[in-house]
Ligand binder design. Structure first.
Ligand code: GDP
Length: 450
């Protein structure tokens, strides 16, 4: 996950500050030196770091902070605010025109994740009630058209293609097709190159002129660090972009590019890609990202992910089962599968407050899911419904069937037992249904754990 290193280092700085009680100007200066190092190591561009530290320092050595009863908290608050300012205070959105279709031109270098993210965006917009059309304008990379068809089908979105002919003609025909078929969003997957060259830029400029796009969105690969920012600047200078989509933030990148893009190009990041699967995609919320970086978690994104993955009907069904104490191994299996759909375990746990930076070296193994799934599917229907009947010989059979050991089966049964006990208690305390409403969750999410 991006930002782990930065998050860990900033937390060390804050821990040290907190241990001081009252702060002097030199304590703050020392802390700022460390913040500066942490940001540079995270690959944030030099000028951005310099301006950032200057702003934070000016505010943090003020009377208000030094005379405060909780000076360290004040410094954290300032860092948080300035991180938000750096990434754009608002969550920037695509502006849909009053007269459809909204044309979104996806650009980027080859391998940046353009095709994958055209489909991710189409899927998200479809979920929001739009009727998108994906258009295959990358005619140079041999497999690009086919790849778009595959991901388009996965997203449940129509792909318009005309083979390897002039992309200008394809774009024009696609707009006509969209008008005829009522598509209110047209997403053009344009060609990429390994490097920016004039031929590519000329083609993109022509497409821009022909389609008059509402949004030129540049896909940049977070793994390329500062290069991603340079690419964004070059595309903006040559073509003029409206926004950035940062892909591969799930990878082992230091994340600094996400902090530098807006300051260097003046263009906001609107979306981030967090994995190869189509659902591993989020709108970019500067405040939430700042929270994640500062180890305060990101409960709002977690709640949204859960809401998008688990239907209200399923949630109610599960709540009723819990309430009536009928939760069995089949339900556990179903829950595990739902959680898996939300992303990797590490990424989910990383959004919990106070956990982020501690996870850096933790060995969280998604294969554990697979083992549990194998054990539960090796149980008979009766065993799943009533795990208490699982005696030693049944345990041996389940272990053999799932390729695990009897100890693993024992552990699962014990955990299931504990879970049931805990749920009984929770059910009692939380009242009927044990449900927490969204407003209460939001309040909880906005609470600063410090
Ligand atoms: P394009 O050449 O710009 O169209 O790039 P592709 O969409 O073909 O993506 C290039 C590679 O990066 C593919 O193997 C994708 O599966 C992978 N990829 C794309 N987005 C992400 C992401 O957000 N995270 C990770 N880990 N891989 C990604």
């Amino acid at each position: 996950m991006a930002f782990e290193g930065l998050s860990g280092k900033l937390n060390q700085v804050f821990k040290k500050l907190k241990s001081h009680g009252k702060l002097t100007e030199s304590d703050v200066k020392e802390a700022m030196r460390e913040v500066r190092m942490a940001l540079l190591e995270a690959d944030v561009s030099y000028k951005v770091v310099k301006d950032f530290v200057k702003k934070v320092s000016e505010r943090a050595v003020g009377e208000e902070v030094l005379s405060s009863l909780t000076p360290a908290q004040q410094v954290i608050k300032i860092v948080n605010e300035e991180l938000c300012n750096l990434m754009g205070n608002e969550n920037a959105r695509i502006q849909f025109p009053s007269k459809p279709p909204c044309v979104i031109m996806m650009c980027g270098l080859q391998g940046s994740g353009k095709t994958t993210h055209s489909a991710k965006l189409a899927k998200m917009l479809k979920k929001e009630g739009h009727y998108p059309l994906l258009v295959a304008c990358d005619i140079y990379r041999p497999a690009a058209i086919n790849q778009l068809q595959v991901v388009g089908e996965r997203a449940g979105v129509k792909v318009f293609e005309m083979g390897q002919i002039d992309p200008r003609i394809i774009a024009k025909e696609a707009l006509r097709f969209a008008k005829d078929h009522g598509n209110d969003v047209v997403i053009l997957d344009t060609a990429g190159r390994l490097h920016i060259d004039t031929e590519l830029m000329d083609e993109l400029k022509d497409l821009k002129e022909l389609t008059n796009p509402n949004e030129i969105m540049l896909v940049v690969d977070a793994m390329t660090g500062q290069d991603a920012v340079n690419v964004a600047k070059a595309f903006d200078d040559a073509l003029g972009i409206d926004s950035v989509l940062m892909s591969k933030l799930d990878s082992d990148t230091r994340g600094g590019a996400a902090l530098s893009v807006l300051a260097v190009t003046g263009k906001p990041i609107k979306y981030v890609g967090m994995g190869e699967k189509l659902d591993e995609f989020e709108q970019f919320h500067p405040q939430r990202m700042a929270s994640r970086i500062l180890g305060m978690g990101d409960m709002l994104t977690l709640i949204e992910k859960a809401e998008n993955t688990i239907s209200q009907k399923d949630a109610e069904k599960m709540a009723k089962k819990l309430e009536e104490n009928r939760f069995d191994m089949d339900d556990l299996l179903e829950q595990l599968r739902q959680i898996q759909k939300m992303g990797s375990l590490k990424s989910i746990i990383g959004m919990l407050p106070g956990v982020g930076s501690k996870l850096k070296d933790a060995d969280i193994d998604d294969r554990q899911f697979v083992r549990i799934e194998a054990m539960i599917t090796s149980m008979t229907k009766a065993e799943r419904a009533k795990p208490s009947i699982i005696n030693p010989s049944r345990k041996r059979r389940i272990a053999a069937g799932s390729g695990t050991k009897v100890e693993d089966v024992n552990r699962l049964l014990k955990q299931f037992d504990q879970m049931q006990k805990m749920m009984k208690q929770l059910g009692g305390k939380a009242g009927k249904g044990g449900k927490m409403n969204r407003r209460a969750m939001k309040r909880l999410a906005n609470m600063n754990p410090e």
